[in-house]
Write a protein that binds this ligand. Structure first.
Ligand SMILES: [Zn+2]
Ligand SMILES: [Zn+2]
Length: 663
């Protein structure tokens, strides 16, 4: 074989042909990584095809073969090709995100988390659990590519079903992948699997350094492990004999990659299971509208766990109307009296409290009371979040930060003031009310510094912390028996966003965070503070009523023709020159309109319009949204519209198939 077709991680969506030098002829194989010259650079490429002939003249040579053995196994190559077509993304970029980039062999290092005793080992399954397990086993035995939705309330023992399904797969001499959303949820589930299956488990979490990830990949490739647990990219784990893929908390938005390729690991998992005749098990207490809708239609088999294990009660949820609190006190306060009292009671009883606030920093924004100026980022059309500890304003989009000036930069007045609040301010006020309590904050900022996520997690587990204040990090999968109170400081942060998933997000967050309470023997209590107490997302989370929420939300989506009733593509047009960005957006819409005329399928084009955040990192942003009932048609229309549209200099187009939101 004299020629090789290579996929490269460049924005150009094609394979590149290279000459195979004579001394590589024996060694080269499909699935290897190679080093090739590309322009003036050297790039890592992936061998996709080998050929004896080519009609491409004047070829460059492959410089080096990186792997002795192919690292891309045939099933993953097939999956990656599907992704490349589905997400309109070059194959090289898909493979680059699937495979660790480290080339050298690193030293082995073990990092372990605090162990929690596996108290549920050997316990008897509930009837619902064993029914669910039986259905899953049946499909595993039949080697059918069945898709299950395990819909179980928080604390209903979904993990135990996962563990036993995996056990069954191993008995059949097959292998399993378990996807988890984020580091926050990983420690407990990882420990659970490790304590059951010891060394058979490889872990791919999001903070592995490239070389650590490489080591785990090597173990998987060599067949040393049969179980892989990991975040999003673990969906590519090169297991050769897959029997089961589990997607825990399938609704979670962290399964969606925000950079190219913008894939959703849940959807990729379903496709991988189909291609390899494996079973796919989606689990959630708050399934995404799409998944539940598919289950209703009969595309997925639904398995319900309606009760918590040991018949423990779901926590009692109380809604506090912040409008009434405001009238009563004449000013806004972070803590209602009810919440303060509830915290005091728990502290007395030496029980633990989780407080959730979906915003980092001290305050939302800094505003001049004299002229109305809001301090904004110099690179983005975004207000700066105030951090009191460091006295800086920070941009959450580009990371830029600056000292807060004494005087207003616009009018020179001395009336700059911060508005809104975040985790830092909640922590500060909490310390005023409860000076003796041990309080810790868990958010992106606090876990980046001296104390890691593990340190705080461990301290909370050992009951060295009374109150944990945190962002989304504290909502997912935490299972601490001594937590009896969960307070939601403000339920409205997400609800007011102009996005079609705003209600769904809110319901999911509230249900998940509420689920952290009362997982031990003492019943739990949840207090939700809100300015919108009548909203159906909030009402439904009070009653733990997914089905009611689903019915309301589904009719809202149907009315506006949003998913699951249509498929969306979100297109961003970006560039440093505002006029050119606008011009390119208009041209693209014209090309899209022309595509629309030829078709029988329905294609709705919304825009072009300035994006709701009109500038990020000095790039102006315009937006077009495509809605369609036939996915493949929208893709085709987009591809040929882009081909036909000549872009002004500096302008780039980015698209997101099945976006999580439209902002
Ligand atoms: Zn001013
Ligand atoms: Zn910025």
């Amino acid at each position: 074989m004299k020629y090789a077709k290579i996929a490269l991680s460049t924005p150009i969506n094609k394979l590149f042909t290279y000459q195979v030098p004579d001394d590589f002829q024996e060694k080269i194989a499909v699935g290897q990584r190679v080093l090739v010259p590309f322009g003036k650079k050297k790039l890592t490429g992936y061998v996709i095809e080998l050929a004896g002939e080519t009609d491409v003249p004047k070829l460059k040579e492959i410089e080096k073969i990186i792997d002795e053995q192919p690292v891309i196994i045939p099933s993953i190559l097939k999956l990656s090709k599907w992704m490349s077509e589905y997400y309109l993304c070059p194959l090289g970029e898909v493979l680059a995100s699937a495979y660790p980039s480290a080339l050298k062999k690193p030293k082995r290092k073990q990092n372990s988390l605090p162990k929690k005793s596996d108290k549920q080992g050997g316990f008897v399954l509930t009837e619902e659990q064993s029914n669910a397990l039986d259905s899953i086993k049946k499909d595993i035995d039949a080697e059918k590519a069945g898709i299950f939705l395990l819909f179980g309330v928080t604390g209903s023992g979904k993990t135990e079903v996962y563990v036993r399904a995996v056990q069954h797969v191993l008995e059949k001499n097959k292998q399993a992948v378990i996807l988890v959303p984020e580091i926050g949820i990983t420690p407990q589930i990882v420990e659970r699997f490790k304590s059951r299956f010891n060394n058979e488990v490889a872990v791919l979490h999001s903070r592995l350094k490239p070389n650590e990830r490489y080591l785990e990949f090597e173990r998987i490739l060599k067949g040393e492990v049969n179980i892989v647990i990991g975040v999003r990219s673990a969906v590519f784990a090169p297991l050769k004999n897959l029997g089961l893929i589990i997607v825990d908390e399938e609704h979670d938005s962290s399964y969606k990659q925000t950079e190219t390729p913008k894939y959703n690991a849940r959807d990729v998992a379903i496709m991988r299971a189909k291609l390899e005749n494996a079973v796919c098990l989606l689990g959630s207490a708050t399934p995404s509208l799409e998944s539940y809708h598919k289950a209703q239609k009969g595309d997925y088999k639904i398995l319900s766990l309606t009760e918590r294990i040991e018949k423990r009660a779901l926590p009692k949820v109380e809604i506090i109307d912040l409008r009434e609190e405001f009238v009563k006190k004449g000013r806004p306060e972070i803590f209602s009296d009810v919440l303060k009292e509830a915290i005091a009671t728990r502290l007395e009883k030496k029980e633990q409290v989780i407080l959730f606030i979906n915003r980092r920093g001290f305050s939302n924004f800094v505003l001049c009371r004299e002229c109305g100026e809001v301090l904004t980022c110099r690179n983005c059309d975004v207000s700066l979040t105030f951090y009191k500890n460091k006295n800086v304003g920070k941009c959450h989009y580009c990371g830029d930060q600056k000292k807060i000036p004494e005087l207003c930069p616009k009018c020179g007045g001395g009336s700059l003031q911060n508005f809104g609040f975040g985790t830092e301010q909640v922590e500060t006020e909490l310390k005023n009310y409860f000076p003796d309590a041990k309080i810790k904050r868990m958010d992106l900022e606090s876990t980046r510094g001296r104390e890691s996520f593990e340190d705080i997690y461990k301290a909370f587990l050992n009951q060295e912390i009374d109150i944990l204040v945190g962002t989304q990090m504290v909502t997912k999968g935490f299972d601490f028996e001594n937590v009896t109170l969960v307070g939601v400081i403000s339920a409205d942060t997400n609800l007011n966003l102009p996005d079609f998933r705003a209600s769904e997000r809110t319901f999911q967050l509230l249900t998940q965070v509420a689920g952290r309470a009362g997982r031990g023997e003492i019943p739990g209590e949840v207090i939700i503070q809100t300015y919108l107490p009548e909203h159906y997302a909030i009402q439904a989370s009070r009653e733990h009523d997914y089905k009611n929420f689903y019915a309301e939300e589904l009719s809202f989506r149907e009315g506006l023709n949003y998913p699951p009733f249509s498929f969306l593509t979100n297109i961003f047009i970006k560039g440093p020159n505002e006029e050119r960005v606008k011009e390119a957006s208009q041209k693209l819409v014209l090309s899209l309109c022309r595509e629309k005329k030829d078709a029988k399928a329905r294609l709705v084009i919304l825009g072009p319009a300035e994006a709701s955040i009109s500038k990020i990192k000095r790039q102006y942003r315009w937006q077009i949204i495509l809605k369609t009932n036939v996915r493949s048609f929208a893709r085709k229309a987009l591809v040929s519209a882009i081909e036909r549209t000549e872009l002004p200099k500096g302008v780039t187009i980015h698209f997101d198939i099945d976006p999580q939101g439209i902002m």
